[in-house]
Design a binder for this molecule. Structure first.
Ligand SMILES: NC(=O)c1ccc[n+]([C@@H]2O[C@H](COP(=O)([O-])OP(=O)(O)OC[C@H]3O[C@@H](n4cnc5c(N)ncnc54)[C@H](OP(=O)(O)O)[C@@H]3O)[C@@H](O)[C@H]2O)c1
Length: 328
């Protein structure tokens, strides 16, 4: 199957190509970038030297003859390609936020008008697999909501309040340089940002509601001086107390058949470069603390996008995703 990646000069586009090298049924044949048009892929992603001989082309969906497309572009850019891909019947996973929320919630959250809206399944694979199987177009979840939802899903319907406290690596902000991600502001430093109003909160609330929860959800992200990874501490406040044994049983029951969710001590080093989400829970009665760790560029973006492609195309769900975490 021929794959095109629109937005392949960015971090998630780079990781899509890296991971798809090991896919048994898919081959990347088209990588786009407007700024890098004509340059070789490995001149922008030197880790791929000797592994990928493609050059960047300008994105033009009407010219594409690929079987499957990943949109690895910023929100609002994705909506300008999605409609034509859909009309042409080309299957697609969109890594941006453009199709993750209902139109009105999206427009309010992102402060923009959606010019090409349609409904798409929310691609959190472990929770929406049946819908994804039948889909031509899937909205890949945000990185924070992936770690948050997987940490809290087994308990969401018993909670009255969930507080997500997340720490992310710098690659979450993409390749564009800014004051926030410049070396002197990140290295040897640690800070909270968007304390009460990060856009990903809308997705977290949506997933809690999907799981039958009426919980009030709160979220504060922090920027860690590391390249990859998100560690989320979810404080799950319950109406009725649950023992440690009862809590662990709920997590075991939900995740026992999920290859990419491992119930073990979560650390960023334990998942780096891989599609795993590691989760552990501790109950103190009416407060359960659930901690999750993911690589924001893999389970939080490109890896989950490939997992979605595998489900949509009837491939083995782990194809292309058996890369072991890079530890230490
Ligand atoms: N970084 C993460 O951890 C992460 C996690 C989950 C989801 N996401 C989402 O994934 C998407 C990509 O993120 P990223 O971190 O890879 O961003 P990035 O590093 O900034 O890369 C963005 C890519 O999109 C291309 N692009 C920008 N505007 C475009 C347009 N109008 N038309 C076509 N191509 C355009 C850029 O190349 P040219 O400008 O040269 O065309 C570049 O290749 C974003 O929507 C982001 O929110 C990112």
């Amino acid at each position: 199957m021929d794959i095109a990646i629109i937005g392949a000069s960015g971090y998630t586009g780079g990781d899509l190509v890296r991971l798809l090298l090991c896919h048994s049924k898919a081959e990347v044949t088209c990588v786009t970038s407007r700024k890098e048009e004509g340059k070789t892929f490995d001149s922008v992603h030197p880790n791929m030297s000797g592994l990928c001989s493609l050059s960047f082309t300008n994105p033009d969906v009407s010219d594409l003859d690929s079987d499957f497309v990943f949109l690895a572009v910023p929100h609002t850019a994705a909506m300008s390609y999605a409609g034509e891909l859909k009309e042409r019947g080309i299957k697609c996973v969109d890594l941006s936020a453009d199709y993750r929320l209902p139109k009105d919630v999206y427009e309010k959250t992102y402060g923009v008008t959606h010019t090409n809206y349609f409904k798409a399944p929310y691609g959190l694979c472990e929770l929406h697999r049946d819908e994804i199987k039948r889909a031509e177009f899937v909205a890949n979840p945000g990185c924070f909501p992936t770690g948050a939802a997987l940490a809290s899903a087994p308990l969401a319907k018993f909670a009255h309040t969930i507080i997500y406290d997340s720490k992310t690596g710098v690659s979450g902000a993409g390749t564009s340089p800014s004051a926030t991600n410049q070396y002197t502001n990140v290295a040897d430093n640690f800070t909270a940002y968007k304390w009460t109003a990060h856009r990903h909160l809308s997705e977290m609330k949506q997933e809690a509601a999907f799981l039958g929860s009426k919980a009030n959800c709160h979220f504060t992200p922090h920027l860690l001086p590391v390249n990859r990874g998100i560690l989320t501490t979810a404080h799950i406040l319950l109406d009725e107390p649950l023992s440690q044994e009862e809590t662990e049983k709920l997590y075991n029951d939900m995740y026992k058949d999920e290859f990419f969710v491992r119930l073990q001590n979560p650390t960023l080093g334990g998942v780096r470069g891989s599609n795993f989400c590691d989760v552990k829970v501790e109950s103190e009665g009416t407060r359960v603390v659930a901690v999750s760790a993911i690589d924001n560029l893999v389970k939080g973006a490109s890896g989950q996008a490939i997992q979605n492609m595998n489900i949509m195309c009837g491939f083995k769900e782990t194809d292309g995703l058996m890369t072991a975490p890079l530890y230490p």
